[in-house]
Design a protein around this ligand. Sequence first.
Ligand SMILES: NC(=O)c1ccc[n+]([C@@H]2O[C@H](COP(=O)([O-])OP(=O)(O)OC[C@H]3O[C@@H](n4cnc5c(N)ncnc54)[C@H](OP(=O)(O)O)[C@@H]3O)[C@@H](O)[C@H]2O)c1
Length: 186
Amino acid sequence: MFIFNTATTANGFLADSHDSLEWLFQVKSEAPDMEPFTRTVSVFVMGSSTYEWLLNTENMLKHPEKWTGFFGERPSYVFTSRDLPAPPGADVRFLNSSVPEALPTITETAGHGTVWVMGGGDLVGQFLDAGALDRIIMTLAPAFLDSGKPLLPRTVYPNRLTLKGARTVGQFVEITYDVVGSSPGA
Ligand SMILES: NC(=O)c1ccc[n+]([C@@H]2O[C@H](COP(=O)([O-])OP(=O)(O)OC[C@H]3O[C@@H](n4cnc5c(N)ncnc54)[C@H](OP(=O)(O)O)[C@@H]3O)[C@@H](O)[C@H]2O)c1
């Protein structure tokens, strides 16, 4: 199962224009517990901006134990056209291909586990375009931005989304949609 699970501003940005998550870190509230979801994940997928943000924020090239502290031994696929470094000992696999080309590899690696498509939004859109997005879990923070990195820059009509749940956790609202087949507007 391919799941996009993310925090977002209330108006649909994953990060500001400088890749900052300050709007998220400033929320003084408990947040949804990610642990039950994270436990189901067998493979992580992300774009290079998300990967570099992780590396830089936690200085993971110098502190690879921080990578393994979060990802464990589980593999991560990073989409990039560049040669990027990886924390020593981390199972990071770089892909420079279309999502349809990469899907068989990712699916085989994931086995019966969840593929967490972490973002950014356009990469998630590439999975959606390829018919490989089953669920969207988005946690809305009480924040708006005038610009930034979009949550999901695609047209997705209601006929493709089924609301599975919504709950409040402190100042956050977590919304879960299942993605169903067919193209926008069909
Ligand atoms: N709020 C949250 O919980 C949350 C969740 C996820 C991400 N984020 C943040 O949101 C921002 C997302 O950044 P972003 O929108 O730039 O997205 P991104 O997906 O993280 O990075 C985009 C880059 O990935 C590479 N890429 C994407 N598709 C590719 C493909 N098919 N083949 C090869 N390379 C490909 C390209 O870079 P190159 O080829 O140049 O390497 C592209 O410019 C980051 O700051 C991240 O930290 C926040």
